[in-house]
Design a protein around this ligand. Structure first.
Ligand code: PLP
Length: 441
């Protein structure tokens, strides 16, 4: 790995000076790490040889791997300080992204897709009006079509999957109510605690099983009796796909029936429900049917730049529409974005199979290398466990050759996602780059 910092102009970095390296991840999950070290203009040496201390729960080794991988993949802003004394930064030496190559093969997420010329043309041509007043014909058309596709009475166009889930949770639950949800569910773990912070809704998280399900016994035990000591159990929230795995119809049927026996409503985070439908060979409406509400993203595998759809009954969506306004999500001439959603639904649903095939080829290819343990993907998400001895250098190699992946914990677990903007050729190119890493090892 040859990453080099450019020392700031006019500042001499003597070998005895101490620096503080501060990295803050700016993409997705947040993490900080601090290192104090003797200064050197070579990051590997700086990180690898002369750590004094690390904070934030990382071991030194993890931190080295974590930073090496993530600096290179452009997900950190960083700053290096030259302190008077350890921990007391005096001079800012650097700020900005390191000299890393641009990402050429972007497997970080299916959210990275960019609208192509035809989608942009549809957006430019969209008829628009004031959607808060119900006047935008393109938004109205999108909402009507989504009702048809997903088999629900009513639909609402919202800005993001996070907003959609939050509105759904707040529509189902009152202050002090509780929703039962998986520890790994996006609407519990990755949405900044919005339901608790903004809706005063208490989560009851349960451990996800390896296949992404919540065990029925755990759900049953988690439902609280009607007793003034307890929060009122109000809702079961499931996610399909979850971690790229599709929940089976039989499981969803059993879990939602159980919830209903206890008087709970059911919400589906179906950000990637079309991926689940493709792999299960059923219409998306069949997967949404057991739920009172569902949130479906247009800006993941479907490739629209923005937007999610929340669906449910008329009264539910009318409550949701009020909450959307309250949360600042009422958009005016939103037809420009809705047009992208319409284009995505028309052109990009059937092709999700291609992403799934590419994910299988990628997983199969990666699994042939020693030190990589690959889970067979159901859909478009491939998880790769990387042996600790090679994790840092492997991540550095990928980043240095323009491959973007998401490191989940340190660098020993990676997530590779296939999508509209990574072709079969890109998968082949990525496998060649991986092969180059292992040659002669
Ligand atoms: C399962 C799931 N739900 C919801 C969201 C949130 O979507 P957004 O990024 O549009 O807020 C994501 C985002 O990746 C997701 O993966």
């Amino acid at each position: 790995m040859t990453l080099r910092f450019q020392p700031a102009q006019g500042l001499h970095c003597g070998s005895e000076a101490h620096v503080v390296l501060h990295c803050q991840r700016t993409y997705g999950r947040y993490a900080t790490a601090f290192a104090q070290s003797r200064m050197d203009d070579s990051l590997p040496q700086l990180l690898g040889e002369s750590f004094i201390s690390w904070q934030n729960g990382f071991s030194c080794l993890h931190a080295v791997q974590f930073i090496a991988a993530n600096l290179l993949s452009n997900r950190f802003a960083f700053a290096v300080y030259w302190p008077n004394a350890i921990g007391m930064p005096r001079s800012l030496l650097l700020e900005g992204n390191p000299m890393s190559p641009a990402i050429r093969y972007d497997f970080r997420s299916d959210t990275v897709t960019r609208p192509g010329p035809l989608m942009r043309a549809a957006m430019a041509a969209a008829e628009v009006g004031d959607d808060v007043l119900g006047d935008d014909p393109t938004v109205n058309r999108l909402e009507a079509i989504v009702c048809e596709i997903l088999g629900k009475e009513s639909a609402l166009f919202v800005s993001s999957g996070t907003q959609s889930n939050l509105i759904a949770l707040m529509s189902h639950c009152e202050r002090g109510d509780e929703y039962i949800v998986g520890q790994n569910a996006h609407c519990y773990r990755w949405e900044a605690g919005g339901a608790a912070a903004l809706g005063s809704i208490q989560p009851q998280p349960l451990t996800n099983q390896p296949d992404g399900t919540l065990s029925l016994a755990d759900i049953e035990l988690a439902v609280k009796p009607d007793d003034p000591h307890f929060a009122r159990s109000r809702l079961l929230a499931l996610e399909n796909t979850i971690g790229g795995k599709a929940l089976s119809l039989a499981y969803v049927d059993a879990a939602t029936s159980l919830a209903r026996r206890h008087g709970l409503s059911c919400h589906l985070d179906g950000a990637r429900v079309f991926n689940a439908a493709a792999v299960l060979g059923v219409p998306a409406a069949t997967l949404v049917a057991p739920f009172d509400s569902a949130s479906v993203c247009l800006s993941k595998g479907l490739g629209a730049p923005i937007g999610s759809m929340l669906v449910g009954s008329f009264p539910f969506i009318s409550r949701a529409r009020r909450l959307r306004k309250m949360l600042g999500g009422g958009m005016r001439q939103a037809g420009i974005m809705a047009a992208a959603g319409l284009y995505a639904l028309e052109h990009n649903v059937d092709r999700l199979e291609v992403d799934h095939t590419n994910a299988r080829i990628l997983a199969q290819g990666l699994s042939t290398f020693p030190g990589l343990t690959v889970s067979a993907p159901d859909t478009n998400i491939v998880f790769v466990n990387v042996a600790e001895e090679i994790a840092g250098v492997f991540s550095g190699h990928l980043a240095a050759h323009g491959i973007g992946v998401t490191s989940v914990y340190g660098t020993t677990q990676q997530r590779w996602v296939t999508h509209l903007d990574v072709s079969a050729d890109a998968v082949e190119a990525a496998l060649t780059i991986v092969r180059d890493f292992f040659v002669g090892r």
